[in-house]
Design a protein around this ligand. Structure first.
Ligand code: HSE
Length: 289
């Protein structure tokens, strides 16, 4: 049986709004079992996640090949829904790969990125889900390009609130325009962030993660825990703290040797949710025969 494995992703990393992301070691796996009369996707995610052709994974595959032969699929997911960890992007990538496998499409990573970004609208989750590691990407409504690179040795201390936040609500709060001053400050911070990652400088990359004026400024009202975590994490020795994607998850990047100590400190904050100590996933989408 073929198994498709896609990592979770964390987008933006502060100033890289809609363009920068990383893959994280939390996975969605989809195993392709036997053919049957109707599509069935078995999972343990509750009644809110469809088990038929309305499931996003199958819907995506059928968008590529409408007459794809129905199969039984077995899905396991460690990626929480609607928390800013790219669960829908991972499902889209799994669906594209499902069509690729069953329809012998022979898609390249670049092909998969073009299809995925048109469905998702921005590349910063789908690109790291495909390529793994750290990814900087661009999309102009016609074509997407992405470059991946290894992320410096780090642990991502990840706070996942109990409450969901829909990406649509978190995007609706953003303004149509930002000032030239804010755009220059933020895009230059994103440039330095990329350069710092390429040089393996976690400390400088972390500082840049706290220099966003494109989205966090506006989203703060939806995620009051961002500042609380950022302040405590800074005092405890974290390199940088940012809102993961559209939130509500918040990630503090820390040196591996200090991760446990900083996590103990952060866990004392009185917040409703749980913490994970994650690694950046070096690889993206994988298919195991
Ligand atoms: N870059 C996107 C946003 C990620 O911040 O809205 C959402 O998944």
């Amino acid at each position: 049986m073929t198994t498709i494995r896609v990592p979770a992703t964390s987008a933006n990393l502060g100033p890289g709004f809609d363009s920068i992301g990383i893959a994280l070691e939390l996975y969605l796996t989809v195993t392709i079992a036997e053919t049957r009369a109707d599509w069935l996707i078995e999972h343990e995610m509750g009644a809110d996640v469809p088990s038929d052709e309305h499931n996003l994974i199958i819907k995506t595959a059928l968008a590529l090949i409408p007459d794809l032969e129905p199969h039984r699929l077995i899905m396991r997911s460690e990626i929480p829904l609607a928390r800013g960890l790219g669960s829908s992007s991972s499902a889209i990538i799994a669906g594209i790969e499902l069509a690729n496998q069953l329809g012998d499409l022979d898609l390249t990573q670049y092909d998969k990125l073009q299809i995925a970004v048109k469905l998702e609208g921005h590349p910063d989750n789908v690109a790291p889900a495909i390529y793994g590691g750290f990814v900087t990407a661009t999309y102009d409504d016609v074509e997407a390009d992405a470059i991946s690179a290894p992320f410096p040795a780090a642990r991502a201390l990840t706070f996942i609130p109990d409450a969901e936040l829909l990406t649509s609500a978190s995007r609706a709060i953003l303004p149509e325009k930002v000032s030239l001053r804010a755009a220059v400050a933020t895009s230059s911070a994103a440039n330095v962030l990329v350069a710092a990652v390429l040089r393996g400088d976690l400390e400088l990359a972390g500082r840049m993660m706290e220099r966003d004026q494109f989205h966090e400024t506006y989203r703060e009202t939806l995620v009051p825990h961002l500042e609380q975590i950022r302040d405590r994490a800074r005092d405890a020795g974290a390199c940088g703290t940012y809102l993961s994607g559209a939130g509500p998850t918040v990630i503090s990047m820390v040196p591996p040797a200090e991760a446990e100590e900083i996590l103990d400190e952060l866990q004392q904050l009185p917040l409703a949710g749980h913490w994970l100590n994650l690694a950046v996933a070096p690889a993206g989408l994988m298919v195991e025969a």
